[in-house]
Design a protein around this ligand. Structure first.
Ligand code: UDP
Ligand code: MG
Length: 311
C-alpha cells in the first residue's frame, strides 16, 4: 500500500488546529483502503495552546505525528522538517488555516497517480485577502520571474503534492536558506498545475507579518538570482560614462575660456549625493549576498527540534 504524508506547518494556530485535523481525517478516512496516511504537524514554536492541542490529538490518533521546534523558525523551515522526517511515497504540503481546502488533496493525489511528480495548486481566485497582500504578491512574482532564470509559477504557495523522488532531491540539497517554491521548480521532474479557489482563513489571523513577507521575498530573489549584482555593475558603468562626458564638457568649456565655468556648485552637490546614493545602494545589495554566504558558511541547522510525538 502506498504511503502519503500530509505536512502541516503550524504557528499559533489554536483557533484552527482542531478543525484542520477533523476535516483532514474525515477526507482521508474514505481513502484508507487505498493508501496509508501520516499527518505530520510541525509546531513552529507556537506561543499559544497549539502544541498542547496537537499533543491531545496525537494521543488519540497514532496517524498524527508532531514535530515541535524549540522556537519559531519560520514556515519554510517547518516544511523542510516535514520533508526531511518522512519516507513516504508522496507528501502533500498544506497550511493549517484551511485557506487551501483539504478536499483538494484527493485531486492532487489523482494527478500524482497519472504520473506527475509535482502537482502544485494554483490560486485562480483568492477570497478574503486584502488588496495590499494581493498587490505585493503580484509584484513579488513579477520581479522574481524577471530576475530569475528558474521559472516560478505565479499565484502558487507551498500547497502541493511532491513525489518521493522530489523529497529525496530536496533532502540532498546542501544549502541552508531554502526558498522552497523556487527549489520545487528548480528540481524539475514532471509537474502539473491544479487550479483552485483560495478560501478565507477558518480562524485567527495571518501569521505572516510584513517583516516575514519581506524576508521571504528577499530570500526568493537573492537565492534565485544574481541579476541584482549585474544591475549594480551596469549602473556603475553608466555613472562612469556620465562622469567622463561631464569631464569632456567641462574641458571644452575651459579651453574655450568660458567665463561662467565656476558656477557649478549645484551640479556638484547633486552629483555627489546621487552617486553616493548609488554607491550605498550597491554596497547594500552586495552585502545581502555576503550576508547569505556568511550565513551558509556557519552551517547552522534550519531548525532545532524540541520534541517528537508518535515518530
Ligand atoms: N506558519 C508557520 N510559521 C510561521 C508563520 C506561519 O509555520 O512563522 C504557518 C501557519 O501556521 C500556516 C501557514 O504557515 O499554517 C501559512 O501561514 P499564514 O496562513 O499565516 O500565511 P498566509 O496564508 O496569510 O500567507
Ligand atoms: Mg493562510
Amino acid at each position: 500500500m502506498k504511503n502519503i504524508s500530509i505536512i502541516i506547518p503550524t504557528y499559533n494556530e489554536e483557533d484552527t488546529v482542531n478543525e484542520c485535523y477533523t476535516r483532514l481525517r474525515k477526507i482521508l478516512k474514505e481513502y484508507e483502503e487505498k493508501y496509508s496516511f501520516d499527518i505530520i504537524f510541525i509546531d513552529d514554536g507556537s506561543k499559544d495552546s497549539t502544541l498542547s492541542k496537537l499533543e491531545e490529538i496525537a494521543d488519540n490518533d497514532k496517524v498524527v505525528k508532531v514535530i515541535s521546534f524549540s522556537r519559531n523558525f519560520g514556515q519554510q523551515s517547518a516544511i523542510i522538517a516535514g520533508i526531511r522526517e518522512n519516507n513516504s511515497d508522496a507528501a502533500v504540503i498544506i497550511d493549517c488555516d484551511m485557506q487551501d481546502p483539504p478536499e483538494i488533496i484527493i485531486e492532487l493525489i489523482k494527478l500524482w497517480e497519472e504520473g506527475y511528480e509535482i502537482v502544485y495548486a494554483r490560486r485562480k481566485k483568492r477570497n478574503g485577502e486584502n488588496i495590499f497582500k494581493l498587490l505585493t504578491s503580484k509584484l513579488f512574482y513579477l520581479i522574481l520571474n524577471k530576475l530569475s532564470d528558474t521559472r516560478i509559477p505565479r499565484d502558487t504557495g507551498d500547497f502541493r503534492l511532491i513525489d518521493k523522488k522530489v523529497i529525496l532531491s530536496i533532502n540532498s540539497l546542501k544549502e541552508h536558506n531554502k526558498f522552497l517554491r523556487g527549489l520545487f521548480s528548480w528540481v524539475g521532474f514532471k509537474q502539473k498545475e491544479y487550479e483552485y479557489e483560495r478560501q478565507q482563513r477558518y480562524g485567527g489571523n495571518t501569521k505572516y507579518s510584513f517583516k516575514k513577507m519581506l524576508k521571504l521575498a528577499a530570500d526568493g530573489i537573492y537565492s534565485f538570482s544574481t541579476k541584482p549584482l549585474e544591475i549594480v555593475t551596469g549602473i556603475g558603468f553608466i555613472s562612469i560614462l556620465i562622469s567622463i562626458l561631464v569631464l569632456i564638457y567641462s574641458l571644452i568649456r575651459y579651453f574655450t575660456n568660458d567665463q561662467n565655468l565656476s558656477i557649478g556648485w549645484t551640479s556638484i552637490i547633486v552629483c555627489i549625493t546621487f552617486f553616493s546614493g548609488i554607491q550605498l545602494l550597491s554596497l547594500g545589495i552586495i552585502s545581502q549576498y555576503i550576508a547569505r554566504i556568511y550565513d551558509e558558511s556557519k552551517s547552522r541547522p534550519e531548525y532545532i527540534i524540541n520534541k517528537k510525538i508518535n515518530m
